[in-house]
Design a protein around this ligand. Structure first.
Ligand code: C5P
Length: 234
């Protein structure tokens, strides 16, 4: 099930910029050093779907982080549309109904689905406030098992969760890990961070890195240093 490729393919750079021109400048600067980019809601709604198609046409892979959740009919049809863009990964919220609909919608395409178990902005009190009977750990474990049962390909998880999920699910789920900070980099708003090497050793398949690359004085050099750290930890 795990589809591990070269260290360079395991780094996903998050294009968290407000417009397509900025994203294209960044991609051009980084050049061949990165082959996988994440496009989230900000850039997608800022005209980024065309960029997704251009990145794919140029041989790059794209992670579309759209976190879909709606009634099954709408999710299924939306996923079928998204599958035509040629992205590699798409996120959906890991509700059983939503996951079933997304699996039906991507049928026949190469699109892989990643479940978002519990948003990392939520703690136990937030879940209680929203009416849940489970705390974060229990809900993550429950939704991970449901994701596997529904045929979802993987999960987005912090490096700490990656270790637990890898131990529990072996190689049956792809683990994509944000919250990555090379030693010495600013944490920013990320609370639970890991270095690239720690995340790989914890079992992450892919690392999502935004600001440590995009806001570096030399984004290409920053990306190359992370790929070297991934290679050393493999
Ligand atoms: O700049 P930074 O490396 O913190 O960016 C991490 C990226 O991963 C951002 O695009 C953020 O939205 C995303 N992400 C995250 N935590 C999650 C899911 C996605 O940081 N649980």
């Amino acid at each position: 099930m795990r589809n591990i490729v070269a260290p360079r393919e395991r780094l996903i750079v998050a294009l968290d910029v407000p417009d397509v021109a900025q994203a294209e400048r960044l991609v051009a600067h980084i050049g061949e050093s990165v082959g996988f980019y994440k496009v989230g809601m900000e850039l997608a709604y800022g005209g980024g779907f065309g960029l997704v198609e251009r990145l794919v046409a140029s041989g790059r892979q794209v992670f579309l982080d759209l976190k879909l959740h709606d009634i099954p009919n709408t999710v299924e049809r939306a996923v079928a549309q998204i599958a035509r863009l040629g992205a590699t990964f798409l996120t959906i919220h890991a509700y059983p109904q939503t996951m079933r609909a997304a699996v039906a919608g991507r049928d026949g395409s190469a699109l892989k689905l990643l479940g978002v178990s519990v948003l990392t902005s939520c703690d136990d009190a937030d879940l209680r406030e929203a009416g849940y009977a489970f705390g974060v750990d229990a809900l993550v474990a429950r939704r991970a098992a449901q994701a596997e049962a529904e045929g979802v390909d993987g999960l987005v998880a912090s490096a700490a969760e990656a270790a637990l999920l890898r131990a529990r699910f072996g190689d049956r789920l792809i683990l994509v890990t944000p919250g990555i900070r090379p030693a010495g980099a600013a944490s920013g708003d990320q609370k639970r961070v890991a270095t690239p090497g720690q995340a790989i050793r914890n079992g992450a398949d892919y690392l999502v890195v935004g600001r440590p690359v995009t806001q570096a004085p030399d984004p290409r050099a920053a990306a190359e240093a992370i790929v070297a750290e991934i290679a050393a930890a493999c």
